[in-house]
Design a protein around this ligand. Structure first.
Ligand SMILES: *Cc1c(COP(=O)(O)O)cnc(C)c1O
Length: 324
């Protein structure tokens, strides 16, 4: 067989599985954490989750989990919206995540995913609420996107964002991702990198997996929390950085699609994507069609903060290895 030499990791070969995951109170060897195949269809319907990043700081030989308490707070809110009670408090979940990172000997940028679901044989379409949820936590190596500076070419999706009286976008729920998947698939089939979704009122909601910001005339603008968005933690971080560090006003308000066409800068933000420049929308160039100066500045600031190099935000950091 002829092997092609490649400097890039092949997308279809994921990194090796970590040694352990955490399942409802116990560290379990990865390979032993199995369920019966017949549970496949329904368990995800009521499941909610969090995506959390932890960053490796080489100088300090330390892992920093970014805004862990905000993520755990939102996980419990998502469970509440599903009428799922949590057997675990935020401090128990914090301990669980720390134990798991240590058991997996994690010393690189990592994605932590707690998943809460109804276990046993409860079908996901049933009105399950009497039994408490189960919680599963996994960790996977995931390099930061900080070094790519390409930017996304986006379209306005023909799909409409789910709304609060249908399936609340406020819950970080697995089922809500059907909406996101339709948007990103459509965008990619049509030759774009990502889609931006309008809400039923015709205003900008967010990207498929990330919140949206734009900059016009020295003002940072982002759709408000009732616009059909997931209330992003990165969005909150970015609002604070605009106000406290860049000394710019931030407006949380309705956004028209054409405001994106005439924006000087625009970007997505989310735990997974971090800060991702938007360079065109429906083939209208955003600004010069390259990542804007404020977007680039925010990315640098964000990297310094999440990695614990900027010491001004230690309240957002949970150190793993040198914790008491
Ligand atoms: C997770 C998520 C985001 C980003 O939220 P963060 O808290 O910043 O990670 C945005 N939109 C959707 C639909 C999401 O699921």
């Amino acid at each position: 067989m002829v092997r092609r030499r490649s400097t890039r990791r092949i997308a279809t070969s994921p990194p090796p599985d970590p040694p352990y995951l955490w399942s409802s109170g116990k560290l379990v060897p990865w390979a032993e954490a199995t369920v019966h195949v017949s549970a496949l269809a329904w368990t995800g319907v009521s499941a909610v989750f969090e995506g959390i990043r932890a960053y490796w700081n080489q100088g300090e030989e330390e892992m920093y989990i970014f805004r862990l308490q905000s993520h755990l707070h939102r996980l419990l809110d998502s469970m509440k919206l599903m009428r799922m009670s949590s057997p675990y408090s935020p401090s128990e979940l914090t301990t669980a995540i720390m134990d798991l990172l240590k058991a997996n000997q994690v010393r690189e940028d990592t994605y932590i995913m707690p998943l809460a679901y109804f276990g046993g044989s409860v079908p996901g379409y049933k009105a399950a609420y009497q039994q408490p949820g189960e919680v599963l936590i996994t960790t996977r190596p995931l390099a930061s996107n900080a070094r790519s500076n390409r930017g996304s070419h986006c379209c306005i999706s023909s799909w409409v964002r789910i709304s609060d009286n249908v399936m609340s976008p406020r819950a970080k729920s697995i089922s809500n991702y059907q909406n996101s998947r339709l948007v990103s698939t459509e965008a990619q089939i049509n030759g774009y990198d990502a889609g931006i979704i309008l809400n039923p009122q015709g205003k900008v909601a967010e990207g498929a997996y990330a919140c949206v910001f734009l900059v016009r005339d020295g003002v940072a603008i982002t759709p408000g929390v009732t616009a059909g968005i997931l209330e992003g933690i990165t969005r909150d971080t970015v609002i604070r950085l605009f106000r406290d560090v860049l000394r710019m006003p931030v407006e949380e308000r309705d956004v028209d699609r054409t405001e994106l066409y005439v924006a000087e800068e625009a970007f997505f933000c989310g735990t997974y994507f971090e800060i991702e420049p938007i360079v065109s929308v429906d083939r209208y160039l955003v600004g010069s069609g390259r990542p804007g100066p404020l977007t680039r500045k925010l990315r640098r600031l964000y990297q310094g903060i999440v990695r614990g190099e900027d010491r001004g935000y230690t309240q957002w950091q949970t150190p793993v290895w040198h914790s008491s």
